[in-house]
Design a binder for this molecule. Structure first.
Ligand code: HIF
Length: 290
């Protein structure tokens, strides 16, 4: 009789992957003094968001499964400029864990980055499947930073978010910076771009924001130092009657924001992923809690 191996190789959804271990491997590659402000965390958050933010509720297309940003034309969409570096950086973790799909890996990297940079625990569920280029959604589904409140609502309502969730998500711009080579915009939103705090909301309310005088796209800088920036879509949050109360609440109460942000970011990561309700939900330990 033919001998069969008692151990079958793990498949993406077999439940045999130790995701806390994968979490730790991603955490290990975050710090890097040669990258931006010293961490890959912010760009991993942007990667996870751009992979999922293509979702359209009405047609149930796009979303965080598929990882179709690996391929042109989605890799070349203007909104995704600069994200290749993040995808390449995660290759070593993919190689070490071939059973983990790219779409799960990118999503998990966003969660790891948020938690390791001091943010809330984001519930996370694996099981995303990768797709071919043909499954990519058309260009134009991600937001245009130069537009206003109507555009923000068009984009985020299309994904199924409400005003409170739009503001809650926006607090992630406490992290990272704009790069002229990627988006044309320039500068960080806060003075601590590698730490998750409610500082984005505080800066929005406390600083005086003036239009930057330059040849680049319209953006704002803080009047006093000129060191911090806001996009037109950021300033909308304090100009719009329905957004502004949430900015005020989150600036005053970081715990409330952490809670709302964790829920909204989890929801973002679930967009478009087929689920049956019986999936195991992971709550990862930060590396400094292990
Ligand atoms: Fe961003 N975002 N974002 N964003 N974003 C940039 C960078 C980051 C928008 C535009 C930009 C969200 C919403 C919106 C992060 C995370 C999130 C940049 C600069 C632009 C232009 C890119 C570059 O030049 O490198 C717009 C218009 C949004 C709709 C409101 C999310 C809520 C805040 C969903 C979100 O999580 C992160 C992190 C970065 C920093 C990346 C970096 O490399 O440092």
């Amino acid at each position: 009789t033919a001998k069969t191996s008692p151990v079958s190789p793990p498949s993406p959804d077999s439940g045999e992957v130790n995701y806390q271990k994968v979490y730790n491997q991603i955490a290990d590659i975050l710090e890097d003094n040669d990258w931006d402000d010293g961490s890959w965390g912010p760009i991993f958050v942007r990667l996870a968001w751009h992979a999922s933010g293509t979702y359209d509720k009405a047609t149930n297309t796009g979303g965080s499964h598929g990882a179709t940003m690996r391929f042109a034309p989605e890799s070349e969409h203007a909104a995704n400029a600069g994200l290749k570096a993040a995808r390449n950086k995660l290759e070593s973790v993919k190689t070490a864990n071939p059973a983990v799909t790219y779409s799960d890996l990118w999503s998990l990297a966003g969660v790891v980055a948020i938690q390791e940079m001091g943010g809330p625990t984001i519930p996370w569920i694996p099981g995303r499947r990768d797709a071919e280029a043909i499954a990519a959604t058309p260009d134009g589904r991600l937001p245009d930073a130069s537009l206003g409140a109507n555009h923000l609502r068009d984009i985020f309502y299309r994904m199924g978010f409400d005003d409170r969730e739009i503001v809650a998500l926006s607090g992630a711009h406490a992290l990272g910076r704009c790069h002229p080579s990627n988006s044309g915009f320039d500068g960080p939103w806060t003075a601590s771009p590698t730490i998750v705090t409610n500082g984005y909301f505080k800066e929005l309310l406390e600083k005086k924001w003036v239009e930057k005088k330059w040849k680049g796209p319209k953006q704002y800088v803080d009047k006093e130092t000129g060191d911090l920036m806001m996009l037109p879509t950021d300033l909308v949050l304090i100009q719009d009657r329905s957004f502004r109360p949430w900015v005020e609440k989150y600036a005053a109460d970081e715990k409330l924001w952490f809670n709302d942000f964790a829920n909204a970011f989890h929801k973002l990561q679930e967009l478009g992923v087929p689920r049956n309700g019986s999936e195991k939900v992971y709550y990862f330990k930060r590396t400094d809690e292990q």
